[in-house]
Design a protein around this ligand. Structure first.
Ligand code: PLP
Length: 365
C-alpha cells in the first residue's frame, strides 16, 4: 500500500468540496459574464465565493482577485503590484523568483539565515532606493520554516513600501486574518487546502495593481477570461474549512510528523539531519548522508510518495536553491527530502513510512 507524504505538493479534494462544485459543473454551467439566468447563477456563485474568501481572510470582497493557481497569483502580485523594484527573499518559490526577474522596475534579494529564516534586518539590507514592493513567503515550501512577517511588515510600513506574502503553504496552518492584517497583498492556491486544482487568489488591500490578462471585464477588468465558477466555489469552501480547522490540523500533522521524524532520527543517527527550528507542523525536511534522486526512487519503489524539495523542480537535477541559500554545500542541497503530512496521514502510516525510510537508507549505502 502506498503512503502519501507529499501534502505540500498537493492535497486530495475533500468530498464536501466536490459536492459544492458539482452543480456548477452540471446544471449551473453558465458563463458568469452572461446576462441570462444561467449566467446569473454562475455569477452569483463566483461573487459568493469572493465574499467567502474575503470573510475568511478578513478583507473586502473587492480586494479578492481570482486566478487559476498560486503561480499566477504570485506572478501578478510580484510583477504588477506597486511601482519601482521588488525585493524578494532568496528562498521564495520559483513562481515568485521568476516573476521578480520579469518586473519592469528590477529586483533585489534578501538572504535567509542558516536556519532558513529571512529577518527584517536582512530585508532592510537588501532594499534599494526605489524598492516599491517586498515579497517574503509566510511558510517555506521546502523546509516549512515560518517567516517573521510582522517584523518585515513593520519595516515596510516605516519605509512606505508595499508588502506581499506568498501564503500558498500557509493557508492550512496559519491564520490568514492575522497575516492579512500585516500584509498589503497575499497569494493563495486551492489545491493545497483540499480544494480543486485550477483556482487561486491574489488578495490586494493596498497599492495599484496593473492588469494581468487583456480581454473581457472579468476580475474588475484586470484579468480577462471566463472565471472557473466551480473551481472558485470549491476553493472558497475549502479555504473556509481549512481556516476553521487549522488548529486541529496543526495538532494532528505535528503528531504524525514528530512520530515519523523521531523514528527516522533514532534509526539513522548521524546519517540524517532534520532542518528547521521554527517551522510549520506539517513538513519534515531531512537531509540524508546518501540522499538525492536515488533515495527518492527507492522510496517510491517502497511505496512512499515524498518529494526532493519543491514539487515543480523535482525532475531537475539542480540542487535546491533554498538549501544553498541556507549555506549548505551542493551535495547537501541535492540530498534533501521533504516529507509532508496531512489530514489523512495516520500514526500507523507515519511509523511504517519511517521504517521504510530507514531500510531504503540502509539499501542506499
Ligand atoms: N508558492 C508556494 C510556496 C508553493 O508551495 C506553490 C506550490 O507548490 C506555489 C506557490 C504554486 O502554487 P500552484 O501549484 O497553485 O501554482
Amino acid at each position: 500500500m502506498e503512503i502519501y507524504l507529499d501534502y505540500a505538493a498537493t492535497t486530495p479534494l475533500d468530498e464536501e468540496v466536490l459536492q459544492e462544485m458539482l452543480p456548477l459543473l452540471k446544471e449551473n454551467f453558465g458563463n458568469a459574464a452572461s446576462l441570462h439566468g444561467y449566467g446569473r447563477r454562475a455569477a452569483y456563485a463566483v461573487e459568493t465565493a469572493r465574499e467567502r474568501v474575503a470573510e475568511t481572510a478578513g478583507v473586502k470582497p473587492s480586494e479578492v482577485f481570482f486566478t487559476s493557481c498560486g503561480t499566477e497569483a504570485d506572478n501578478w502580485g510580484v510583477r504588477l503590484l506597486g511601482e519601482g523594484s521588488v525585493c524578494v527573499s532568496n528562498i521564495e518559490h520559483a513562481a515568485v523568483l521568476s516573476a521578480a526577474e520579469r518586473r519592469a522596475g528590477g529586483v533585489s534579494y534578501a538572504a535567509c539565515n542558516r536556519e532558513g529564516a529571512v529577518t527584517a534586518d536582512a530585508v532592510e539590507r537588501a532594499l534599494l532606493p526605489d524598492t516599491g514592493l517586498v515579497a517574503v513567503m509566510a511558510v517555506n515550501n521546502e523546509t516549512g520554516c515560518l517567516q517573521p512577517l510582522a517584523e518585515i511588515s513593520a519595516l515596510c510600513k516605516r519605509k512606505g513600501i508595499l508588502m506581499f506574502s506568498d501564503c500558498v503553504q500557509a493557508a492550512s496552518v496559519l491564520g490568514l486574518k492575522e497575516i492579512c492584517s500585516v500584509c498589503d497583498a497575499i497569494s493563495l492556491s486551492a489545491h493545497k487546502v483540499y480544494g480543486p486544482k485550477g483556482a487561486g487568489a491574489l488578495i490586494v488591500k493596498n497599492g495599484t495593481l496593473k492588469p494581468l490578462i487583456a480581454g473581457g471585464e472579468q476580475e474588475r477588468g484586470l484579468r480577462g477570461g471566463t472565471v472557473n465558477a466551480a473551481a472558485v466555489a470549491g476553493f472558497a469552501f475549502a479555504l473556509e474549512r481549512a481556516q476553521k480547522g487549522r488548529e486541529e490540523y496543526a495538532r494532528h500533522t505535528a503528531r504524525v510528523r514528530d512520530l515519523f521524524e523521531s523514528i527516522v532520527l533514532s534509526g539513522l543517527g548521524e546519517r540524517v539531519r532534520a532542518d528547521g527550528e521554527n517551522r510549520a507542523p506539517n513538513i519534515s525536511h531531512l537531509t540524508f548522508a546518501n540522499g538525492g534522486i536515488a533515495l527518492l526512487s527507492r522510496l517510491d519503489l517502497a511505496g512512499i510518495a515524498a518529494s526532493g524539495g519543491a514539487a515543480c523542480s523535482v525532475h531537475s537535477a539542480r540542487p535546491s536553491h533554498v538549501m544553498l541559500a541556507m549555506g549548505r554545500t551542493e551535495e547537501e542541497a541535492r540530498a534533501g527530502v521533504r516529507f509532508s503530512f496531512g489530514k489523512h496521514t495516520t500514526e500507523e502510516q507515519a511509523e511504517r513510512a519511517a521504517r521504510a525510510v530507514i531500510s531504503c537508507c540502509g539499501a542506499n549505502e
